[in-house]
Design a protein around this ligand. Structure first.
Ligand code: ZN
Ligand code: ZN
Ligand code: ZN
Length: 361
C-alpha cells in the first residue's frame, strides 16, 4: 500500500492547524505515515514532512536497507557515520515558524532541533497525526477485525484447555504461542491473573499455581499486520460459586450496556457511564476503579479514551475497547473486554468469542 494518501491527509491537517513542518522519529506515527518503524537508537531517524514540499526520511545509512522505498510518497536520505543528522533535518525543514514533533521523540533530539531551528515554536505531533489515526478507514477496520478474530480463536481454544495445576506463567506462555500461531507477528502482552491475583488489574503472571475453584482472568493481545488486538476473557476452574456467577452476570450486563451505548455521536464519557452505572447499581461501584476503555489501532492504547471527562462524541471509525471490571481485593477479579468500532449502522463489535464465563478443568 502506498502511504502517499496518508501523507497528503497529514499535509491537509497541517494546513488546518497551522503547522509548517512535521518531524517524526520513533513511535507509531512514523510507521502509520511511511510503513517504516524506526529502531529506538542513539542514531537519529526522522521523517521531515513540510506542509508544502516533498517528504524525506532521514535514516542512518546502516538502517536504510530496512526501509521499503515509496518514491511516490517520500525520498530516503541516508546519513553516514560522519554526518550530522540534526543539521540535515534542519536544512530539510527550511525556516519553519511552527514545528510539530512526534510525541515519543527522544528529548536529546528535540533539544538539539530546538537549537538548530531557533525561529521555530514546537508543538506536539499528535495535533497533526492524532486526528488522522482516530478515524479508522475501511482497510484499518479490516485489519483490526482480522487481529480480533485471531485472538477470538485463541480464547475459544483456551475454553477447552486445562488450567488446574498449571502456573500462571505456563498459561501466559501458551497464550503467547497461540497468538503467534494465529498470525500475530508480535505478542504485546498476556496477563494471566488467578484467584486473588485477579484483583490487581495489570497483574504480572507469576509462579502461582492455579487451583480448584480459582477464577482466572486472561487479557492478551498483539500486533498483526500493523494493527493491535486486545481481548479479556474469564475462566473458572470447576463450577463457579453463586457469588462469582452473580458478579460475572453484573459485569456482562455492564459490558453489553456500554456496547449498546457506543453509537455515533455519543460522548466517550457516556459509554463509560453506561457500564459504570450497572456496576454501581449492583453495589460494586468502588470495585471498578479504571476507565471503561481505550482507543486501539497501530498502538495498543491510543485516543479515544472511554473515561469520565472525555466529552468527545464518537465518530464513525473510532475504534476502542470496552472493558469494565469488578475487583474484590484478596478474593478475585473479573474483566470482560471487546474491541468495538463506532459506525453509522451502529456499534460494530470486532470480537465474537463467547463472552460467557468459561468453566474449565
Ligand atoms: Zn489454534
Ligand atoms: Zn486488554
Ligand atoms: Zn484493553
Amino acid at each position: 500500500m502506498s502511504h502517499a494518501p496518508r501523507l497528503d491527509r497529514a499535509r491537509t491537517r497541517m494546513e488546518t492547524v497551522g503547522v509548517d513542518v512535521l518531524l517524526l522519529s520513533v513511535g507509531a506515527d512514523l510507521p502509520y505515515l511511511t510503513g517504516y518503524e524506526a529502531m529506538p537508537l542513539e542514531r537519529l531517524t526522522m521523517l521531515v514532512l513540510p506542509r508544502d514540499g516533498e517528504a524525506t526520511l532521514v535514516v542512518p545509512e546502516l538502517e536504510a536497507p530496512r526501509v521499503v522505498p515509496e518514491p511516490d510518497a517520500f525520498t530516503i536520505r541516508p546519513w553516514s557515520e560522519t554526518e550530522d543528522p540534526i543539521a540535515i533535518v534542519a536544512a530539510l525543514a527550511g525556516r519553519p515558524g511552527r514545528v510539530a514533533i512526534g510525541d515519543r521523540t527522544w528529548a536529546r533530539f528535540v533539544l538539539a532541533l530546538q537549537e538548530a531551528l531557533p525561529g521555530a515554536t514546537f508543538g506536539p505531533g499528535r495535533d497533526v497525526v492524532g486526528a488522522l489515526r482516530l478515524r479508522k478507514d475501511a482497510a484499518e477496520v479490516l485489519a483490526l477485525r482480522a487481529a480480533a478474530h485471531a485472538v477470538d480463536a485463541v480464547a475459544a481454544e483456551m475454553r477447552t484447555r486445562p488450567f488446574a495445576g498449571r502456573t500462571e506463567l505456563d498459561v501466559h506462555r501458551e497464550l503467547v504461542d497461540r497468538m503467534l500461531e494465529h498470525g500475530h507477528q508480535r505478542p504485546n502482552f498476556a496477563i494471566v491473573a488467578s484467584g486473588p491475583n485477579g484483583a490487581s488489574p495489570h497483574h504480572d503472571p507469576a509462579a502461582r499455581v492455579i487451583g480448584d475453584g480459582d477464577v482466572v482472568l486472561c487479557d492478551f493481545g498483539g500486533t498483526m499486520a500493523g494493527y493491535c488486538s486486545d481481548i479479556t476473557r474469564m475462566f473458572v476452574v470447576g463450577e463457579p460459586t453463586a457469588e462469582i456467577a452473580d458478579a460475572y452476570a453484573v459485569l456482562q450486563l455492564a459490558q453489553e450496556e456500554a456496547f449498546l451505548a457506543a453509537t455515533v455521536g455519543t460522548p466517550c464519557e457516556a459509554v463509560d457511564a453506561a457500564a459504570r452505572s450497572v456496576i454501581a447499581d449492583a453495589g460494586f461501584g468502588p470495585n471498578f476503579m479504571h476507565r471503561t476503555g481505550h482507543g486501539i489501532g497501530v498502538e495498543e492504547h491510543e485516543d479515544p479514551y472511554i473515561v469520565a471527562g472525555n466529552a468527545t462524541p464518537l465518530e464513525p471509525g473510532f475504534a476502542f475497547s470496552i472493558e469494565p471490571g469488578i475487583y474484590l481485593r484478596g478474593r478475585f477479579g473479573l474483566r470482560l473486554e471487546d474491541i468495538v468500532v463506532a459506525a453509522e449502522s451502529g456499534p460494530d463489535r470486532l470480537n465474537c468469542a463467547s463472552r460467557d464465563l468459561a468453566v474449565v478443568g
